[in-house]
Design a protein around this ligand. Structure first.
Ligand code: GDP
Ligand code: K
Ligand code: MG
Length: 300
């Protein structure tokens, strides 16, 4: 790790907000690489994940968090507690909202949580590419909410990239002088294995419906890096036989599609060839079992 210059800035910035406002998409856009999975499904992100953005004059450690929502089981409680915990230990919190909508009760709940923690925050209005005629009014309502609390407002689109340079400047301005927390070439604190599991889970989220994606946990059981190909063995853990049936699909079609698409993503991640084998295993009520949650990488 290099010695920072005397004016080098660094720190931690948490991305928080209700599900689906685009937190993980923003993380990937700022880092310039896909390290967090995204989907139109709420609760896509289950773990806190750090993305490291190293600039010539600053290092911004972005903390992606699961959407804050009302939890229904131990997995849900664990997820929300982790998200709230992230706020208390960072230099800046970005409350992200969907600029296509007005501020709703879900956004207010998250805002309350941030205000209670007294953490420094700004309001990030994402998805401005969706703004149409009523846009000015929506933005004005966010501006007035932010003004009440002395928060700065930044507008951007994580998918088109509009406004991201300004967001980056604002984050740098708000960070203290500090060291390199991570080596400059590192983009995430998570091991490759974790991201591989997430890339499989992303396909489950995109290809299956309703309760199925929420009932799945992935374990990467083996990664064997051979000279020309990396062989990966993974297991999908589900709660019921019916879910196993859906994931395998007619004549194995569903599992095949999940595998093919996840493998393409994995190849981009490791920049090399991947052979992927996926198994499906029924593990009743894993989401409510402390022991099994821990085993699958969710610390209750
Ligand atoms: P998260 O739950 O807050 O992490 O949200 P995700 O990053 O998973 O994104 C949720 C959905 O919003 C995905 O379908 C994204 O493609 C979409 N999305 C994210 N950012 C933007 C944006 O700037 N504009 C538009 N139109 N869609 C976006
Ligand atoms: K999502
Ligand atoms: Mg997310």
């Amino acid at each position: 790790i290099p010695e920072p210059s005397t004016d080098f800035k660094s720190g931690f910035v948490a991305l928080v907000g209700r599900p689906n406002v685009g937190k993980s998409t923003l993380l990937n856009a700022l880092i310039g690489q896909k390290i967090a999975i995204t989907s139109p499904v709420a609760q896509t992100t289950r773990n806190r994940l750090r993305g490291i953005l190293t600039l010539p004059h600053a290092q911004i450690v972005l903390v992606d968090t699961p959407g804050i929502h009302k939890p229904h089981h131990l997995l849900g409680q664990t997820i929300v507690r982790n998200a709230i915990g992230a706020i208390s230990s960072v230099d800046l919190t970005i409350l992200m909202v969907d600029g296509g909508d007005r501020m709703g009760s879900g956004d207010r709940f998250v805002a309350e949580t941030i205000l209670q923690s007294k953490a420094p925050a700004i309001l990030g209005v994402n998805k401005i590419d969706k703004l149409t005629d009523g846009g000015a009014e929506i933005i004005a309502s966010y501006e007035s909410f932010a003004a009440e609390h002395g928060w700065q407002v930044v507008q951007f689109s994580a998918t088109t990239g509009a406004g991201l340079a300004e967001l980056q400047t604002i984050m740098c301005d708000r960070l203290p002088l500090g060291p390199y927390y991570y080596p400059p070439d590192l983009v995430t604190d998570q091991p490759e294995r974790f991201i591989m599991g997430e890339l499989i889970r992303e396909q489950v989220l995109l290809l299956t419906r309703e309760e199925v994606p929420h009932s799945v946990a992935i374990s990467i059981d083996q990664v064997d890096e051979q000279p020309k190909i990396t062989r990966v063995m993974a297991t999908l853990h589900v709660e019921r036989d019916s879910q196993k049936g859906i994931l395998i699909g007619k004549k194995g079609q569903m599992l095949k599609e999940i595998g093919t698409k996840a493998r393409e993503q994995m190849q981009k991640l490791i920049m090399g060839a991947v052979h992927l084998e996926i198994f499906v295993k029924v593990q009743p009520k894993w989401r409510s079992s402390r022991f099994q949650l821990a085993d699958l990488g969710y610390r209750p």
